[in-house]
Write a protein that binds this ligand. Structure first.
Ligand code: ATP
Ligand code: FE
Length: 338
């Protein structure tokens, strides 16, 4: 089956063409307009999606060397995400499926971040069921017990900020551009992770909290700034390394706890923050010690991309899951919806 995937939940407009679970093309247009504002501006995102969607779909078809008539189904992100952004992808996908008279498949974006592991690619291997999906992104931080493709249960999540949000907000305090995650990751490589200590939150069960860490960093920077106004400039690498060290500790503690609690050793990370080099390293080290089996997606499939939407479309088709009419977009969508 040839499937067109459409993703427009936040600030990336993406279209992918897949043959079953094989990537023929995966085109991503990242919106630059938001950088000046230090975060995604929903109204601007929606407008940029409108401008990008047609050229991005054309490009995806061109790279796959296929035409609209070759498509067997269209899969699109129904939610969760920014409503104005989702609506652009949803309306486009709906109209095109209707015009071509082919099935339309609704995809849950958070399921897609997890099922991205099933994209058939030499560089990544798919985990066996059951596994623990650890979704770490700009809007979510979840530990998910994945029993089957569409049988998932959230067993832990953040009570406040998402892990990517913590990166982006700390980056903002340090004067870095949005999104700050990749820059902090880079800067941390040259820093000493033990130079500064930030306390870890005390959250019970498998849940997370990142807002306390954010506040701790803020007060710390304010205090040091009073003593030395060039503090950030002079210590940027060490601050980033120490912050990242704390985040990785928080995450790994919960992963080990989840493994112990469920007896499931397969740990598959997903979402934009899974591109982080320190997190990848910590997982591989844990694997070497035999504590877990780590599944780490290819970079291309970590951040928002339509490839992960197309692959969910493929598994949906296999299980005969198609969209009922009427369908559309939903800003808040629980992991088990769809
Ligand atoms: P959600 O999937 O929850 O709706 P989103 O789609 O906005 O949120 P993603 O695109 O999956 O999120 O991820 C974006 C986030 O990933 C940003 O917060 C960004 O800073 C972070 N990120 C990307 N690369 C890295 C990295 N190397 N280290 C840390 N964070 C990173
Ligand atoms: Fe995402």
């Amino acid at each position: 089956k040839i499937i067109l995937g459409i993703e427009s939940s936040c600030d990336d407009t993406s279209a992918a063409v897949f043959k079953n679970n094989i990537n023929l093309s995966n085109v991503i247009a990242s919106q630059k307009v938001h950088q000046a504002y230090g975060g995604v501006v929903p109204e601007l995102a929606s407008r940029a999606h409108q401008q990008n969607i047609v050229p991005v779909v054309h490009q995806a078809l061109k790279e796959a060397r296929l035409q609209l008539n070759d498509l067997d189904a269209i899969a699109y992100t129904k939610g969760p995400g920014l409503l104005g952004s989702l609506l652009v992808g949803a309306s486009f996908a709906k109209s095109l499926a209707y015009a071509l008279n082919i099935p339309l498949i609704e995809v849950n974006h958070m399921q897609a971040h997890i099922l991205a592991h099933f994209i058939d690619d030499e560089i990544q291997k798919a985990p066996d069921f059951p596994f623990l999906g650890v979704t770490i992104s700009g809007g979510h931080t979840q530990i998910v017990k994945v029993k089957h493709y569409f049988d998932m249960e959230v067993i832990g999540e953040t009570l406040d900020d998402a892990i990517g949000e913590a990166y982006d907000k700390c980056g903002k305090m340090l004067g870095l551009d949005y999104p700050a995650g990749p820059q902090i990751d880079q800067l941390a490589r040259l820093g000493n992770p033990h130079q500064f200590q930030f306390s870890k939150p005390k959250v019970s069960d498998l849940n997370f909290s990142f807002s306390g860490l954010k506040t701790a960093v803020l007060y710390f920077l304010q205090r040091e700034h009073q003593k030395n106004s060039a503090f950030i400039q002079e210590n940027l690498n060490d601050i980033c390394a120490s912050f990242q060290y704390t985040v990785v500790q928080i995450l790994m503690d919960k992963i080990f706890k989840a493994v112990k609690q469920t007896g499931i050793k397969n740990v598959a990370i997903g979402g934009g923050v899974s591109a982080n080099s320190a997190i990848r390293k910590a997982l591989l080290q844990a694997e070497e010690k035999g504590k877990i089996r780590a599944f780490i997606p290819k970079f291309e499939y970590c951040t928002d991309n339509a490839g992960m939407i197309a692959v969910v479309g493929y598994y949906s088709l296999l299980q005969n899951r198609k969209a009922n009419t009427p369908t559309g977009a939903k800003a808040r969508l629980h992991l088990n919806q769809l």
